[in-house]
Design a protein around this ligand. Structure first.
Ligand code: NAD
Ligand code: ZN
Length: 377
């Protein structure tokens, strides 16, 4: 590669500060250092967590940054010590790393790698050891990935090598939303055959949770959202019943309890709203109900009556669907290529990097499930 070992100047959408549109800029991307990989980003999804950082998060120190964490691309060059990747390999950047060495990676109970940016820098939601500069200033790498740029540099512990014939403009979705929702159902909740489930929030994460419940053999899947336009899609992924909490003059947990003789076996919160988290817990059946937090928020505390847990319910949370990232993402790509999981059905819009602010607006208004940005050919 003619660019190997040199600084690459390329286009990126920079978030200079919170609450303002991203700016198209020329950035400099340094060559990969020891153990790092420089990736040419081909396509990326836009996830609600990008919007969370830009608009909702309370810690404003994680700027300027390049957002984007649901991408796929091709290796441009590798740094010293990298042997498992070579230029031309198709890869998916991982916002959750898997170093394979820390006590968490060695434990089968969790996917939380201690070397991930989220262990040390979850407040700024970025990796400060950035390889980006713009206008003479360092630019942070959001979630350690920064896929709203033509090139990015990532440590090899946070990169998954995938099948050569994988379509990057679709499998990029496995970098976050789809793996997250699907895994939250099949891994974290551990949905069982014949069970009754409820999924709150029907964005890509929630729809993927519906797909997980269906693949795990759930007999009834309630799809809950305040935007009824989402119900048609939820049906495609296997939802059987549809509830708009605003259409009732009592809590939707009571509606669910009446419809299911006491509550659902599994509930998944895929909104990122502490009130909905409480409702999802209250919607579970006593004795064995399991409720999983998937939606992302660190703004407020949540609350619940202790009797909810004393009565035998379990409340748990899930990051990246509980998948050990480097091991699992290539398998999920294979599952898509062999028809075990859907991806195409999540994609409602396709745009270019220059249109990223339009894609963000579409997510905000709820008019889109996933918009794929084509970053480069
Ligand atoms: P999205 O914005 O596309 O979808 C959210 C959905 O929730 C929308 O359909 C919206 O109408 C619905 N909603 C809003 N308020 C509601 C309410 N009160 N009751 C029911 N439904 C309501 O978002 P997304 O990209 O699917 O992400 C969903 C959440 O998952 C976000 O909080 C995101 O940050 C989080 N997330 C978590 C992880 C993780 O690893 N835990 C990873 C990715 C995303
Ligand atoms: Zn995400």
């Amino acid at each position: 590669m003619a660019t190997a070992g040199k600084v690459i100047k390329c286009r990126a959408a920079v978030a200079w500060e919170p609450n303002v549109p991203l700016m198209m800029e020329e950035i400099e991307v340094a060559p990969p250092q020891e153990g790092e990989i420089r990736i040419k980003v081909v396509a990326t999804g836009v996830c609600h967590t990008d919007l969370y950082h830009l608009f909702e998060g309370k810690d404003k120190r994680g700027f300027p940054t390049v957002l984007g964490h649901e991408g796929a691309g091709v290796v441009e060059s590798v740094g010293p010590g990298v042997t498992a990747f070579k230029p031309g390999d198709k890869v998916i950047p991982l916002f959750l790393s898997q170093c394979g060495e820390c006590k968490f990676c060695k434990c089968p109970k969790t996917n939380l790698c201690d070397c991930s940016w989220s262990s040390k820098y979850h407040d700024i939601m970025s990796d400060p050891t950035t390889r980006f500069t713009c206008r003479g200033r360092p630019i942070l790498q959001f979630m350690g990935t920064s896929t709203f740029a033509e090139y990015t540099v990532i440590n090899q512990i946070a990169v998954a090598k995938i099948l050569d014939d994988a379509p990057l403009d679709r499998v990029c979705l496995l970098g976050c939303g789809i793996s997250t929702g699907y895994g939250a159902a099949v891994n974290t909740a551990g949905v069982t055959p014949g069970s009754v489930c409820a999924v709150f929030g029907l964005g890509a994460v929630g729809l993927a949770a519906v797909m997980g419940c269906k693949n795990a053999g759930a007999s009834r899947i309630f799809a809950v959202d305040i935007n009824e336009q989402k119900f048609e899609k939820a049906k495609v992924f296997g939802a059987t019943d549809f509830l708009n909490p605003k259409a009732y003059n009592k809590p939707v947990s009571e509606v669910l309890a009446e419809m299911t003789n006491g509550g659902v076996d599994f509930s998944l919160e895929c909104v990122g709203n502490t009130e909905v988290m409480r409702t999802a817990l209250e919607s579970c059946v006593k004795g064995w109900g399991v409720s999983v937090l998937v939606g992302w928020t660190d703004v407020k505390d949540f609350s619940a009556r202790p009797i909810q847990l004393i009565s035998g319910k379990t409340w748990k949370g899930s990051l990246f669907g509980g998948f050990k990232s480097k091991d699992s993402v290539p398998k999920l790509v294979h599952d898509y290529m062999t028809g075990k999981i859907k991806l195409d059905e999540f994609i409602t819009h396709k745009m270019t990097l220059e249109q990223v602010n339009d894609a963000i607006s579409l997510m905000k208004t709820g008019d889109c499930i996933r918009c794929i940005l084509n970053i480069s050919k």
